[in-house]
Write a protein that binds this ligand. Structure first.
Ligand SMILES: Cc1ncc(C[n+]2csc(CCOP(=O)(O)OP(=O)(O)O)c2C)c(N)n1
Ligand SMILES: [Mg+2]
Length: 351
């Protein structure tokens, strides 16, 4: 497992040899801190009834920011559903991220504006979308890397295995990024897989990397190497980032019912943000800079709360307009039926 910075914030021999750029480390630390600020606020908003659901990226920030910052801004990304730290790096706003979970939009952003596609809640389906998109990139002669995030649990899905096989068989420019956060809701890794996930990739014919997913600098270097290999035409690659889901699966889940406290304590000690902070302090980064990052994280939380309060409910009638790209007679008939129903209900409420 590639590791550059230990949980105590010291460079490993590999980290010494490779070197960890201070500016890059500062960028990654700030990215992670902002994501955590947003995550905390989103959980609070859900508890206060302002969001229907939230799935935290808490604990997985290094796996996300380290990888996305190693891609080109025009490399297309097909996420799963908890890649908020990655999304923020692509300029997606807290308001855009929260809209879906408040139930006011099917998705909150324009994928082409950020080369960051919609969240996919059908486990693993996004790996097929990425693979199909990569076929298109080859046909149109682009040198884009198409990256897709998925979890350890999703790796058991047929879709993911089909995507890995097809991408390898056709030599497609897909970078599969598995955030192995040890759990698929209440199912631990040990009950889900007979081998390490990165070892499985080799059998499909992909080049594979295995990295400490709580070490943002190592994730960045490994993803850069994997992306380089994909971009130069060596075929798809897989990065397995070993990390941990510190929170529950979602705000509807209570992990204390199935997860030992000692395991949580073990992984809290490997926290990606405190590790990077210790490293940066060792590099002489001033307290004032940390204070500013802290203020920025609080600012983004404030933005999330304000944005949430400002969101207006959509008109249910708009739903029919988003099913087909153009006019469709069946949708027009359904919309007319809905309008009649709505008028009848309204006249009953307020005759
Ligand atoms: C096809 C499909 N089957 C089942 C589910 C229900 N489900 C949602 S998340 C999840 C666990 C996913 O675990 P993992 O892939 O490790 O991702 P993580 O949530 O840990 O990030 C399951 C079973 C689903 N969303 N889609
Ligand atoms: Mg998981």
């Amino acid at each position: 497992m590639t590791q550059f910075v230990t949980p105590e914030g010291r460079l490993t021999p590999l980290g010494e040899a490779h070197g960890v750029d201070r500016e890059l480390a500062m960028t990654l630390f700030r990215d992670m801190s902002l994501a955590r600020g947003l995550d905390r606020e989103a959980v609070a908003l859900q508890r206060q009834g302002e969001l229907g659901l939230w799935l935290e990226s808490l604990g997985q920030e290094a796996a996300q920011v380290g990888s996305i910052r190693a891609l080109r801004p025009d490399d297309h990304v097909f996420p799963s559903y908890r890649e908020h730290a990655a999304a923020l790096c692509r300029g997606i706003t807290p308001s855009q991220l929260l809209a879906q979970w408040r139930g006011v939009a099917h998705a909150g952003w324009e994928p082409s504006a950020h080369a960051f596609h919609f969240y996919t809640l059908v486990l693993g389906a996004q790996t097929l979308h990425a693979t199909g998109y990569a076929m298109g990139c080859i046909l149109s002669g682009q040198d884009t890397v198409v990256a897709t995030y998925f979890g350890d649990g999703a790796a058991s899905q047929g879709d993911v295995n089909e995507a890995l096989n097809w991408a390898a068989a056709r030599g497609l420019p897909v970078l599969f990024i598995c955030q192995n956060n040890q759990w698929a809701i209440s199912t631990p890794n040990s009950r889900q897989s007979g081998s390490r996930l990165y070892q499985r990739a080799t059998g499909f014919g992909l080049r594979a990397w295995y990295v400490d997913g709580n070490d943002a600098a190592a994730v960045h270097a490994v993803t850069a190497a994997a992306a380089l290999s994909v971009r130069r035409g060596d075929g798809p690659a897989l990065v397995e980032a070993e990390t941990y889901r510190i929170g529950g699966h979602s705000t509807s889940d209570d992990p204390r019912r199935y997860r030992p406290d000692a395991e949580l304590a073990l992984w809290r000690a490997r926290d990606p943000i405190s590790r990077m902070e210790a490293f940066l302090r060792g590099q002489g980064v001033a307290q004032a800079w940390f204070d500013q990052v802290d203020a920025d994280a609080r600012e983004i939380a404030g933005q999330a709360r304000a944005a949430c309060a400002a969101m207006t409910d959509p008109d249910l009638g708009d739903l029919f307009g988003h099913v087909y790209a153009g006019h469709h007679p069946m949708m027009a008939a359904e919309k007319a039926a809905y309008d009649r129903f709505r008028a009848a209900v309204d006249s009953e409420i307020d005759p």
